[in-house]
Design a protein around this ligand. Sequence first.
Ligand SMILES: [Zn+2]
Length: 503
Amino acid sequence: MARWSICMLTLATAQLLGIASICRAKDLLDQEYQRTSRISPRFDPEELIKMKEALKGAIQIPTVSLTPGEYNTTALLKFGEFIRKVFPTIFNTSFIQHEVVGNYSHLFTIQGSDPSLQPYMLMAHIDVVPASEEGWEVPPFSGLERDGFINGRGTLDNKHSLMAILQALEFLLIRNYIPRRSFFIALGHDEEVYGENGAKKISALLQTRGVQLAFLVDEGSFILDGIISILKEPIAMIAVSEKGILNLMLQVNMMPGHSSAPPDETSIGILAAAVSRLEQTPMPNVFKDETLKTTLQLLAKEFPFPIDVILNNLWLFWPLVSRVIEMNPVANAFIRTTTALTMFNAGIKVNSIPSVAQATVNLRVHPSQTVEEVLEFVKNTVDDDRVQIHVLKAFNPQPASPFDDQALGYQLLHQTIQSVFPELHIIVPGICIANTDSRHFRNLTTSLYRFTPIYIQSEAFNRIHGVNEKISIQNYETQVKFMFELIQNADIEQTDVHHLHDL
Ligand SMILES: [Zn+2]
């Protein structure tokens, strides 16, 4: 018995040593590959000028989406011609296939040299939300450069990402880069209006081809600089989950009448009271959310006593911590389903009581809840049978993608952040509080990551979909560098992901 045990132990040890030496050999091979094939992310002055001029050109094409199916089709077609002209190498490389999907979206398939490596996907979108000139310092589709910034609609959402991905690939190809791992670049044309004709069609097309992705990277989170006020340092937040949507229309129908003899209650009064109750009754905050717990525990290391103790003992201090988080509207959105009253319509004449009053409510559903739970909460809060509740649009939040040591996409992003932004000490998983096209690709992968490698402050956050959207040239150059590095980092083998930090 003892001898048998010793034999087994010896055998196991030998096997472990064997596996270890194979791993070691693979590591060395991989490190050798990284050392010999690595292309340095250095761009000459002429390339830097080309890079920013290309972004300006992209901003000048007004690829505006208004409603699903209602886009500036002339601009979208022009954009297709524009990328062909600006990135000729991408369009003339034998191992890259380009397809137009849904008339205006673009899909690139970049064939890697090693078919044993599972492909991944980089995403961005072509369309932008509308912008009138009112309130802008420069015309929103001018792409004007001023004080080190490129100005215009799409500079933060999301043409900078689109151009950075293509620009990085163009520069890599010019330097004779041949990828080892295959990848896709998916550029949707209707993300701002739910992506049903762009990203969703690309996803369906790839599904018919039997494609499964190792991971994908889309927009949706940033390097947050000063947004969480108690943090002195910026933090890189890789969003591993995404909120859902519940758009509601609340309606009250009452008898119309003359304003000289008003009834006790009118449609306007009843509806106003109902939406006010909704606004005054926030959804519960979400202590049970695992991503949030991990984020706060990782942040704990960055704080001195006693904040580190508080963050490490959330079971006790959660009421206190949540109160601090709730003070900032952006931070508050990370811990609960939010309720926003966005439209209110009733009445046409000063002396008549309208029969109908309508209000729309936009709820962003936290990953710890479902649409059904939120709808139930709304019904209970309104608590008035005279208020009809109609669902206009609803989809559930995206569950958390893996972010452990074995999660290839997360670790590649983590490592690339560390190398491109050595000054950053805090990299955490987080939640995307808006919506992205990435949700359409859940049929191809469960590893969806949302991260844009640029610094963003509260002020810049408000410029997204607002006025005076702009990106610093320095931020954009670093974004191109990041994509240049990320594409190369993805060429390592999946089994070696946990050794990334050694590279
Ligand atoms: Zn966007």
